[in-house]
Design a protein around this ligand. Structure first.
Ligand SMILES: O=C(O)[C@H]1O[C@H](OP(=O)(O)OP(=O)(O)OC[C@H]2O[C@@H](n3ccc(=O)[nH]c3=O)[C@H](O)[C@@H]2O)[C@H](O)[C@@H](O)[C@H]1O
Length: 440
């Protein structure tokens, strides 16, 4: 290794005090000095170059620093642009002055896509938001998205409810009168597989949405999807909103119940008008492939064995299956009857509306019956295996009391399970019949 001494040696010749430098007189000395300079200069140049090369390598060739992206979140900068803003604004425009302007979260989901189309068709302005996560077939969500744009002119922003920058941006360019919040991590059994996804969407995401909603001016009214699962182990039938909901049987149910409590807090502190709708096992065309009626259909057609759950002592397991069109009527009516939020600039100005309402069918059907209807519609005998309901979050039965929904929303479900499944099976065969099209 080269010693640093020769390089530093010329420094010895520089006087420490200015003005004290005296040129040496001997020509030999001058010659010697010039020779030293000649040999020292290239060395200085060499070491300067080495130093600069080191700096170059360090600063320019090392990978650029980027903050690690949060899983599932895209950088918000990619959303914004004049083309993007124009699409959002066009989609948000109601047909008449009296129409609502609604932000629908989970718009590429089952209920969200139906609700977006229904709102847009009746003249409201709608902007969708969905993160297109892979909990189930992303292609189905994308197909719903195309339908929304092509058939109804609803634009879905590809983004996450946890993305506060994006939400603020949306509220900055559109004055949303209402939020229909349907984005969630759904499914009872999957909560044992991926518990954190429930906290991320149903708790963190909801809080983020409420934070942004409470701080905009004017605040929107919020209608959101809670769940029949909050009744958990409640055995008093039919389930009334007054019944206890402190015995959840799954983490999914616990996060929905937490959502109800969180909603109350934001209503109380900030004057947000909030309506929580407890959906009872919603089914229908464009439904969710993780739900029993959906994958039973698929498995029956593929001649695969299905597991039919039963309770202890062969007790039947049943659900208050509710058809999508009935749920939609309830959602739209909840938006129409929602009172305005009272807060502004993050401050409450008066009491605001707070509601929790069941949306069910009031007519529970056993899983056995569900299977026999599907067998009839599909014209295929199911291969069944009856198994004891595993302890994975399922509850033995649900049954909605809809008195409050009737009073508050004029809600009257009209579709029985057989009629609803007939429409579902028609759509299913159409959609999976090769073309992945399916009518709306
Ligand atoms: O109302 C809700 O709040 C919830 O409804 C829905 O949950 P659930 O009512 O449990 O529907 P779903 O899974 O279709 O099971 C239906 C029936 O089939 C039985 N079931 C299920 C699976 C199986 O393999 N065998 C079986 O018998 C099972 O025991 C059950 O009796 C939503 O998924 C959920 O997100 C939430 O919205």
């Amino acid at each position: 290794m080269t010693s640093l001494k020769p390089i530093l040696s010329h420094i010895d010749n520089i006087p420490s005090t200015p003005g004290k430098f005296k040129p040496e007189k001997s020509p030999l000395h001058y010659l010697h000095h010039r020779l030293r300079l000649h040999t020292t200069l290239p060395r200085i140049t060499l070491w300067t170059l080495v130093f600069l090369a080191f700096i170059f390598l360090f600063f320019f060739l090392s990978p650029p620093y980027t903050a690690a992206p949060r899983r599932g979140l895209r950088t918000t900068a990619t959303y914004f642009g004049s083309g993007w803003e124009n699409q959002v604004k066009a989609s948000a425009k109601p047909r008449s002055r009296s129409g609502h302007t609604v932000l629908v979260t989970g718009a590429a989901g089952f209920v969200g896509s139906h609700a977006s189309v229904a709102l847009k068709h009746r003249g409201d302005g709608v902007v969708g938001l969905d993160n297109f996560n892979s909990y189930y077939e992303v292609s189905l969500k994308k197909a719903r998205k195309s339908h929304l744009l092509d058939r109804a002119g609803v634009f879905i922003v590809d983004g996450d409810i946890n993305d506060a920058v994006l939400l603020r941006k949306l509220f900055g360019i559109v004055h949303f009168t209402h939020v229909l919040h349907l984005a969630a991590q759904a499914g009872v059994r999957y909560a044992m597989v991926n518990p954190s996804s429930y906290i991320k969407s149903n708790v963190d995401g909801f809080v983020n949405l409420l934070e942004v909603s409470k701080s905009v001016n004017p605040q929107p009214a919020i209608v959101w999807a809670s769940s029949s699962s909050v009744y958990g182990l409640n055995s008093k039938v039919p389930f009334s909103e007054k019944d206890r909901t402190d015995q959840p049987a799954s983490l999914y149910a616990a996060t929905k119940k937490a959502g109800e409590e969180i909603a109350h807090t934001y209503n109380h502190i900030y004057g947000l008008s909030i309506t929580g709708l407890r959906f009872f096992t919603v089914y229908g065309p464009w439904g969710r492939p993780d739900m029993a009626y959906f994958f039973f259909t698929k498995d029956i057609l593929k001649r695969r064995t299905i597991s039919v759950f039963e309770g202890p002592d062969h007790a039947t397991v049943s659900r208050d299956f509710t058809y999508i069109d009935d749920i939609l009527k309830g959602c739209l009516s909840a938006l129409d009857t929602a009172k305005k939020s009272t807060g502004s600039g993050g401050k409450k100005k008066g009491e605001a509306q707070f509601r929790i309402i069941n949306l069910g069918n009031t007519s529970p059907v056993s899983v056995n019956k569900l299977v026999s209807i599907l067998e009839k519609l599909l014209k295929v005998k199911a291969k069944k295996k009856v198994v004891l309901m595993p302890r994975n979050g399922d509850v033995p039965f649900t049954h909605a009391n809809i008195t409050l929904a009737r009073k508050q929303l004029g809600y009257r479900p009209t579709t029985d399970l057989e009629t609803g499944l007939q429409k579902f099976v028609k759509w299913y065969l159409d959609y999976y019949g090769g073309k992945k099209k399916g009518s709306w």
